[in-house]
Ligand binder design. Structure first.
Ligand code: FES
Length: 149
């Protein structure tokens, strides 16, 4: 058993883990923050996207030791009352269909706007390219990001 300490959504946490679980499973199983989703488990879909020290990361590919001492933000911590402009836009523009991938989509989009508050459509498409949605909500995702930008 190893103890790993890091910051999650602004709060210091310390978890006891066996072996080297991926950050995704520590977030979901130890911390019970289930907004971050398991999709492919192979770094290919983006459903598990969180921020680590402000950068979007696929938590299914991050060994927990890599998160030690870092600031991790999940969808639950993106804004205090789920009122991040992207979250409001997602609701206003009815982006989700099944909704499963949308927390990852929002975290990926939040990284874009944090670094580039006025992205072009091409910037948005390029940045969101690796986040998959089986319902095909891509036009709504792009429109919602543009509405915030
Ligand atoms: Fe992590 Fe698909 S579950 S990228």
């Amino acid at each position: 058993m190893t103890q790993v300490a890091f910051i999650v959504n602004g709060k210091p946490v310390s978890v006891d883990v066996t072996g080297e679980p991926r950050l995704l499973w520590v977030i979901r199983d130890h911390l019970k923050l289930t907004g971050t989703k398991f999709g492919c488990g192979a770094g290919l879909c983006g459903a598990c996207t969180v921020h680590i020290d402000g950068k979007a990361a696929r938590s299914c590919q991050v060994d927990i030791s890599q998160a030690a001492g870092k600031r991790v933000t999940t969808i639950e911590g993106l804004s205090p009352d789920s009122d991040h402009p992207l979250q409001r836009a997602w609701v206003a523009m009815q982006v989700p269909q099944c909704g499963y991938c949308q927390s990852g989509q929002i975290m990926q989009a939040a990284e874009l706007l944090a670094n580039n508050p006025k992205p072009s459509r091409q910037d948005i498409v390029r940045h969101m390219d690796g986040n998959l949605c089986r319902c095909g909500t891509y036009p709504h995702i792009i429109a919602a990001i543009q509405s915030v930008a």
